[in-house]
Structure formats: C-alpha cells, structure tokens
Design a protein around this ligand. Structure first.
Ligand code: C2E
Ligand code: CA
Ligand code: CA
Length: 445
C-alpha cells in the first residue's frame, strides 16, 4: 500500500471517529468529580437542543434523528477550542463546556456563531435537513457549583430559551428558577381551572361618550386559584397559548359568554359581547364550526358576538387567518381588530381584512392630554377608521379630559376605567342593564 493511500485512510478513520465519538455525560462526570477537584477554574456550560427535534424524529425516523444529533455535535466540535468539551447530555441535548469563557457577551457571540453554522442544512442519507437551535447557558466556577447544579441551571435557561423562540440563547439568573416554577404551576393548575370553578368572565362596557349609553361589552377572563391567588390574564393567557390549553379554555369562554348573552336576552337586554380569541384558538380545529354550533345551541343571533383579534396574528399567518375571518364575518359574527397600532400593522391589511371595528390601543391614548404628537396620531387613526367606514373604539381611557378630547376628534365609542372596570356579570346587570343611561357624562368608577 502506498503512503498516500495510507494517509488518506487514516484521515477517513479520524473523520469517522470525530463523527461517531460523541461521548456521553459519564465523560463529563469523570472530568468534574463531585469533590470539585478539576482543572477547570471557570467557564460556561451550554445545553444545546435542536428546536422541535421531535418533529425531525417523527418526520425522518429515529436513526436519522440520531445522525442529525451526531452531525450537530460534529459541527459544534469544529468551532470550539481544543480544550472545550462537547458531549451528549441526558435526553436529546448536547452539552458544551467552554473553559475560561465566563463573560456573557463573549458567550453570546459564541452562540451567534452556533446559530450561523446551522443556517446551512445538514446532509444526511441523501436528505438536506434544516435545524434550529435553542441554547441554555450557565456560568461555571469551580469554587461555587457542582456539575449537577450548573447543569440544572443551564437546563432552566434552556427551558426559557425554547419559550423565547427559535435560535435563542438564554442565560441563567437567580430569579429564573422561581419564574419557571411559577410557570409550571400555572400550567398544571390551569388545566383544571374550569372544572374547579376557578374561572369567571368579567365584562367591561364600551360606552357612547355623548350619551353615556352602553354600546357593547368586552368579555375578560379572570382566574383565582387557591395556591396562586388571582393570576392576571396577561400572565396565564400567553402560557395557555404556549401549551395549547387555550383551545379548551377558549371553548369554555365562548360557551360561558354565549350562555350569558342568552340570559340577558331572556331578560330583554340585547347586547353584543366581544370575546378575545388567540391565534392558536382561531387556527385550531374547527374554530368557526364550533363557534356557530354554540350560537345555535344557545339560539343567539350571531351579531351579538364579536371576536377580537390582534394585528400581530396577521404577521405570521395573514392568508389563513384572513380566510377564517372572512367566513366568520359572512356568518354574521362581528370582528374587531384589538390593540390597533401596536403590531406590525400594514395599512393594506386594514383595507383587505373583514373588520367591523378597530380598537385604538391604550398606549396611544395615555398621553393625548399632554402630548400633541400622540393627539395627532390618534386623530389620524380615527380619521382613517372613518374613511374605511369602520367603528373606532378608544380603549384604556381613564380621565374626563381624554374623553372630551376623543369626542372632539370624532371618536365617540370609549372603553376604560373612566366609565367602568371589568365587572362580574351580576354587577353589570345591577349597575348598567335596565337603566341605559346610567353612565352619565361624569362616568361611574
Ligand atoms: P386586551 O384585550 O387589550 O384587554 C384590555 C385590558 O385592559 C384588560 O386587561 C382590561 O381590564 C384593561 N383595561 C381596560 N380599561 C383600562 C383602563 O382604563 N386602564 C387600564 N390600566 N387598564 C384597562 P385584562 O383583563 O388584565 O386582560 C389583559 C389581556 O389578556 C387582554 O388584553 C387580552 O389580550 C388577554 N385576555 C383577557 N381575557 C382573555 C380571554 O378571554 N381570551 C384571550 N384570548 N385573551 C384574554
Ligand atoms: Ca381585547
Ligand atoms: Ca386591547
């Protein structure tokens, strides 16, 4: 055998070793014994996972999944320093130890490097496979943490990075453990919240400023749990969306609101109630069929229900949501665009989307009394709405000065604490229903 052929075979063996030599956590345990006796004084542990790896495994099968992992480890090996460690963690994670690197911005740039090498697809068994990564990072110092502790920290950070989206790195910080635990508790308790009667729908009136007459109500969910106390929707709704619980929860809300609308109809009050729906919910299984069947079940005219969607939903899935909205509006159900102006709004959306109402977000209204630019902006939105023949509601209005200004600008429909906070159905009935002009110009707080 000639020398060239031998060298080439050697290179191949080396390469294959690199590909398959993917040590496991026992290797790491040997290097970081529990007595703290190791040669590494400081550094950073990363736990890197392929985002939505289960989809890759389900699509291509277990074997290819393992090859993807090995290839990812190989690529990681190619960008770390010679004394770094790349090994397999428990589950599908890859652990990387970067000795000496313990400054966050340096670790951050290393992670940017990781994301960029995975921008190209991996070629495995004739397939090109694109992967995204999630990284959890924890700084290590050998006089502070054991291996187990630092890996737990990196794992918590990984949990956060996955929640933040694809190709994100999250660093461990002290409060993270509490935050993650709270999230897990919310998640666990939320599943049983409806069956334990912990949920209630509150209603906030939308008022015609010049007459004080209630025009509609917005339904807002409230949750009181024994252990967690009152959890605000701004906290539990995003978690319910992440976990998919929103589908069940959303169903419960629609049903509860429809039951309430029917109860008010029986008492002689015909009010439209706006229901907030989330993106997952509206794109979920048979959203509209389900909504229509609940309307039929309670025998409610569809125009007594309005659904509130946000512009931000349109960004990722304009076509599919626009189609659902079109069908929803054709069924007689009203549609409002919530938090108007806060998403990546494009005016062309507004022209093409089937919308009845836009709701000007509170953040634009907060300063209108003192700030002329805010005033101009709000006045512009109102004019735009009118030109497009849409109803315009100002939300989060708290003072008489704001109400007066909005009226002068031509926005007559107002929702906010100035008139009323969201209240339980019984309180709404006793305060507002049956005395249509209860909300006088001075407001009722
Ligand atoms: P949103 O849909 O923009 O609802 C308006 C929020 O502003 C409500 O907060 C309401 O209580 C509050 N608000 C109304 N007027 C004023 C005011 O004058 N001043 C101040 N400071 N706040 C005012 P809430 O009830 O805490 O709900 C927060 C968010 O949670 C809602 O924002 C909505 O995005 C979501 N949410 C609430 N209920 C539901 C629900 O049933 N389903 C879904 N998908 N999301 C919901
Ligand atoms: Ca809303
Ligand atoms: Ca809003």
């Amino acid at each position: 055998m000639n020398i060239c052929k031998l060298m080439s075979q050697c290179r191949e063996i080396q390469h294959n070793n690199k590909l398959t030599r993917f040590s496991d956590i026992s290797h790491l345990k040997r290097l970081f014994p529990s007595n703290g006796n190791n040669k590494y004084h400081e550094g950073t542990f990363l736990i890197i996972e392929i985002y939505d790896f289960s989809i890759i495994k389900n699509t291509y099968g277990y074997e290819i999944g393992q090859e993807v992992l090995k290839n990812a480890a190989y690529l990681l090996n190619s960008i770390v320093t010679i004394d770094s460690i790349v090994c397999r963690g428990t589950g599908d994670g890859i652990i990387v130890f970067l000795p000496r690197l313990s400054v966050w911005h340096q670790v951050n740039s290393f992670c940017e490097g990781v994301f960029s090498i995975f921008k190209k697809p991996l070629f495995i068994s004739g397939k090109s496979i694109y992967i995204d990564m999630s990284i959890g990072a924890a700084i290590y110092s050998n006089n502070a943490d054991s291996l187990t502790t630092v890996l737990k920290k990196a794992d918590l950070a990984l949990y956060k990075s996955k929640k933040d989206g694809v190709n994100k790195v999250a660093f461990y910080y002290e409060e993270l453990q509490e935050e993650v635990l709270r999230k897990i508790m919310i998640c666990n308790n939320l599943r049983s919240a409806a069956s334990k009667n912990e949920l209630e729908v509150y209603y906030q009136p939308q008022v015609e400023a010049k007459s004080g007459r209630v025009l509609k109500f917005e339904a807002l969910l409230r949750w009181k749990n024994e252990e967690l106390g009152n959890v605000p929707p701004s906290e539990f709704i995003p978690i319910s969306e992440e976990t998919g619980i929103i589908i069940e929860l959303g169903d419960w809300i629609i049903r509860t609101v429809c039951r309430q609308i029917k109860e008010w109809i029986i008492k002689g009050y015909y009010y439209t109630v706006a229901i907030n729906v989330s993106q997952k919910q509206i794109q979920g299984y048979r959203f509209l069929d389900n909504l229509k069947s609940i309307l039929r079940e309670f025998d409610i005219p569809p125009n007594l229900v309005e659904i509130e969607v946000t512009e931000s939903m349109m960004v990722s899935s304009y076509e599919s949501i626009a189609e659902i909205l079109q069908l929803t509006q054709s069924s007689g159900i009203k549609i409002a665009l919530d938090d108007f102006g806060t998403g990546y709004s494009s005016l062309s959306y507004l022209k093409r989307l089937p919308i009845d109402t836009i709701k000007i977000d509170k953040s634009f209204l907060d300063d209108i009394v003192f700030d002329s630019t805010s005033r101009e902006l709000v006045s512009g939105i109102i004019m735009l709405g009118k030109k497009l023949k849409l109803n315009v509601i100002a939300e989060g209005v708290e003072s008489k000065e704001q109400v007066d200004l909005l009226e002068r600008m031509g926005c007559n429909a107002i929702q906010g604490y100035y008139y009323s906070k969201p209240l339980p159905a019984k309180a709404i009935e006793s305060i507002y229903l049956g005395c249509e002009f209860a909300l006088g110009l001075e407001g009722v707080r």
